[in-house]
Write a protein that binds this ligand. Structure first.
Ligand code: PEP
Ligand code: MN
Length: 377
């Protein structure tokens, strides 16, 4: 059961004391407190863990200070959708809203290689009205002999250039808890010119200790990539690790599944799961067409497979696209074969806008009451 308190009522209040003493009358129920400090108000949720069947939702609803009460099912307690659940499916970070009803594009470098590449990328993004990007500083590589990313050394110039070109959110993978501190330190030292969305890659989807650490901080939102060889349910539980530790700013990323059945693509595209994740949880859903397809292959219709696959995600309501670009793909240190070129950014965004519009027409056709927050190409 989740008890959502009215704004600005916290655990020091009389109202909380009354709820707590009521709950204490029942055995084996633990109260976990989740606080969310917004710009104007504090929101507190009480998560009751244990045998809550004997508690009456109606009775608790009647307590002063209670906004609403949700009876949750066992799975995806925090991020899941439950009966009568009016909790939001969105959050705003550094001025950018992430929601199940809108769409943000994160085009950028798979791996940061040089200040020149970062600047060329960010300049192109600004010229095309984009405020989000991806920049890999810590790269998990199959071979220990491959380039591992520039790590913390590149953070100052990445953040400064982001500030220069109006980038508000950078998706950046972390593979170790110290990376979170390094990012926080570098942001503080550069005067926080931008924001960071921590990315948990597919190799770490079930690295539970990393998930707990990243979930415990509430400064940065998190993009959790689906595990490449586990069930959707297992990956959704991984997302729940983040949220159960207190961070509900979580986006779920589809990036294809590892199997030879998807050949010649790098992974089997799994974007049919976009609406499934939106139905089961309140998380905005990201698609990564670059790591799904893995190449710049072009079909007989002159459209790149990466663009076709992006369209498959957007037509089913994807809320974020994470896509690799590089000013000179042949020279990229990581994943060059799947990187799009700067001159492909404009057509990419135009294509996304066409498909997003078609998705919104589909919403109207089926009488959906979803807000049309849309996408600005
Ligand atoms: C990436 O986005 O750079 C990446 C390594 O992706 P994944 O974890 O999906 O392989
Ligand atoms: Mn990559």
């Amino acid at each position: 059961m989740i008890i959502v308190l009215k704004p600005n009522i916290d655990t020091a209040s009389r109202e909380y004391e009354r709820i707590e003493s009521h709950v204490k009358n029942f055995q084996n129920i633990e109260i976990l407190v989740h606080n969310f400090q917004g710009t104007e108000k504090l929101l507190t949720e009480l998560h009751l863990i244990g045998n809550t069947a004997a508690l009456s939702v109606e009775e608790i609803r009647g307590f002063p200070g209670v906004d609403h009460v949700i009876r949750v099912s066992e799975v995806y307690r925090v991020l899941g959708r439950h009966k009568g659940d009016s909790r939001p499916n969105n959050f705003t970070y550094n001025g950018v809203t992430f929601s199940q009803d809108n769409l943000n594009v994160f085009a950028g470098l798979c791996a940061v290689d040089s200040p020149e590449s970062v600047e060329a990328m960010m300049k192109a993004l600004q010229e095309n009205g984009q405020v989000c990007t991806r920049m890999g500083a810590y790269k998990p590589r199959t071979s220990p002999y491959s380039f591992q990313g520039h790590g913390k050394d590149c953070l100052p110039y990445v953040f400064e250039l982001a500030g220069k070109y109006g980038i508000k959110v950078i998706a950046m993978e972390v593979t170790h808890e110290k990376h979170v501190d390094e990012i926080g330190d570098a942001l503080a030292k550069t005067g926080s010119p931008t924001g960071v969305m921590l990315q948990i890659g597919t190799r770490n989807t079930q690295n539970f200790e990393l998930l707990k650490i990243v979930g415990r901080q509430q400064e940065f939102p998190v993009l959790l990539k689906r595990g490449f060889g586990i069930t959707l349910d297992e990956s959704l539980h991984a997302a729940e690790y983040l949220a159960s530790e207190g961070n509900q700013m979580v986006i779920f990323g589809l990036r294809g599944m590892k199997t030879n059945i998807g050949d010649p693509h790098r992974n089997l595209v799994d974007f049919a799961h976009v609406p499934v994740v939106k139905r089961l949880t309140r998380m905005p859903v990201c698609v990564d067409p670059s790591h799904s397809v893995g190449s710049r292959s072009r079909s007989s219709d002159n459209i790149l497979d990466i663009m076709h696959v992006t369209a498959q995600g957007v037509i089913t309501g994807a809320n974020m696209i994470l896509v690799d670009f590089h000013p000179d793909p042949g020279k990229a240190l990581v994943d060059g074969p799947q990187a799009l070129r700067m001159d492909e950014l404009r057509p990419f965004l135009d294509d996304v806008a066409i498909v997003r519009q078609a998705f919104e027409q589909r919403l109207a056709l089926f009488g959906s009451d979803k807000a049309h927050a849309g996408f600005q190409p």
